[in-house]
Design a protein around this ligand. Structure first.
Ligand code: PMP
Length: 430
């Protein structure tokens, strides 16, 4: 056996394992999770807004009344009653389907994995937004896909940029297999695709014969009006739609789903069986019982109110405190705003100094595969109380002010203070 002293197995790994890389900011996140730090980094849902006693009661009832089923293996496609109930949930964004079109997964993260497993050989191209969800980028990388970022504007993916990317992929002799998009309350960009834009993107995907992978964990968490209509609502054959109970009920239960065209769904079920045999019956039945007996739409309204108040706290304090030249997106739902630093500042280099000032964020580079995003950072407002958010923004504004002063004295801050480390728990980049 050769390899290195730290890991004697390294020469035995598959090439895909070499493509799995720890974030350079991992070590810092161990520090960032200390209670005195205001973390605007993690995307943890505020599960404390749930009536925990009622969930306890629900989980107990499942065990009491259907324990033999809940504790047993189940179907690789997921519980049929839950799949029927999921139809009501996706109906809110205009998606109609048959229970057979749905596969229940271990969070929508697992659905991302299964879809990539079914569609992508090493070297196949996945077209993604600029920036894109870090957890999806990790999946695409693990399957050795070539990820190509496509520009966004404040309406989402830019159609002409998508056209150009497809032409360039083809010219390079490669094949684009998926267009991965988060149309609602984007993670991390905080942007929502307009309906006309969705139609344009769908038309391109249809013309080019590329499947759209529509990832929609936040669609019901809008702050104004009706939930936006899903892309899948306009093309059941060309779009694989992913949803999740992580943000509307509880992320700890790990229940999500994919709605897919018939043939794709069959492959996804086989892939799910190969990966996990079946999703957890206990978790599925608990969700199913909750949906059947509790006012889940009311609970979603409660979540919307909690997150709207926090979004407002964030935006008001950014407006009041941020130095000139700093800009940010205004999310109409979801958990995130995407901030652009004044010219010359570097969010990755700034992070150790931000944490020293007791505020944390995720630097923009984590949301790209190609080193873009140095001037950006993601702010999450989902978890801290509004007063903590205001305090966090106050600290962050102070850090940016002093970076600006340093930059004025010494030029750009790019080269200072990079932080590396890998032997600490995974960062909370959700
Ligand atoms: N997609 C996006 C865009 C997300 O933000 C997340 C979680 N942060 C997921 C998928 C995965 O969520 P889960 O597996 O909990 O359903």
């Amino acid at each position: 056996m050769s390899g290195s002293r730290l890991d004697p197995w390294v020469d035995s790994y598959a090439s895909r394992a070499h493509a799995m890389r720890a974030s350079e900011i991992r070590a810092l996140f161990a520090v960032a999770s200390r209670p005195e730090v205001v973390s605007l980094a993690g995307g943890m849902p505020f599960v404390q807004a749930l009536p925990i006693d009622m969930l306890l009661e629900t989980a107990q009832r499942v065990l009491r009344e259907r324990g033999a089923q809940a504790l047993q293996y189940g179907s690789g496609q997921g519980d049929v009653t839950l799949r029927e109930q999921i139809l009501q949930v996706i109906g809110e964004v205009g998606v109609t389907a048959h229970p057979d079109d749905i596969i229940v997964t271990t969070g929508s993260q697992m659905a991302l994995d299964l879809v990539t497993r079914v569609f992508c050989d090493p070297g196949d191209v996945v077209l993604v937004e600029s920036p894109s969800y870090v957890g999806a980028l990790g999946v695409f990388r693990a399957y050795e896909c070539d990820v190509v970022h496509v520009a966004m504007d404040d309406e989402g993916l830019v159609p002409s940029a998508l056209d150009e990317a497809i032409v360039a992929v083809r010219a390079a002799g490669k094949r684009a297999k998926l267009i991965y998009t988060i149309p609602n309350f984007h993670n991390p960009a905080g942007i929502t695709q307009g309906q006309a834009r969705r139609a344009e993107l769908l038309a391109i995907a249809q013309r080019e014969g590329i499947a759209i992978l529509e990832d929609d964990p936040y669609g019901l968490l809008g702050f104004e009006g009706e939930p936006p209509r899903a892309i899948r609502a306009n093309d059941p054959d060309g779009v694989i739609y992913l949803g999740s109970f992580s943000k509307t009920i509880a992320s700890g239960l790990r229940v999500g789903w994919a709605v897919a065209p018939h043939g794709v769904r069959e492959k996804l079920v086989l892939a799910n069986e190969a990966a996990v045999l079946c999703p957890s019956n206990y978790a599925q039945l608990t969700i199913s019982e909750y949906l059947a007996t509790q006012p889940w739409r009311e609970q979603i309204k409660t979540f919307q109110e909690v997150y709207r108040e926090r979004r407002d706290a964030l935006l008001e304090s950014l407006q009041a405190l941020m130095p000139e030249g700093t800009t940010w997106t205004i999310p109409a739902g979801g958990f995130y705003s995407w901030l652009t630093l004044p010219h010359g500042l570097d969010a990755t280099a700034m992070l150790p100094r931000a944490v020293a000032s007791l505020v944390a964020y995720v630097p923009g580079t984590g949301f790209y595969v190609d080193g873009q995003g140095r001037q950006n950072l993601r702010l999450s407002y989902c978890y801290p109380e509004p007063d903590r958010i205001r305090e966090g923004v106050r600290r962050l504004a102070g850090v940016i002010e002093s970076e600006l002063e340093l930059a004025e004295t010494f030029g750009t801050t790019h080269s200072r203070g990079a932080f590396t480390g890998s032997s600490v728990p995974a960062p909370d980049l959700r």
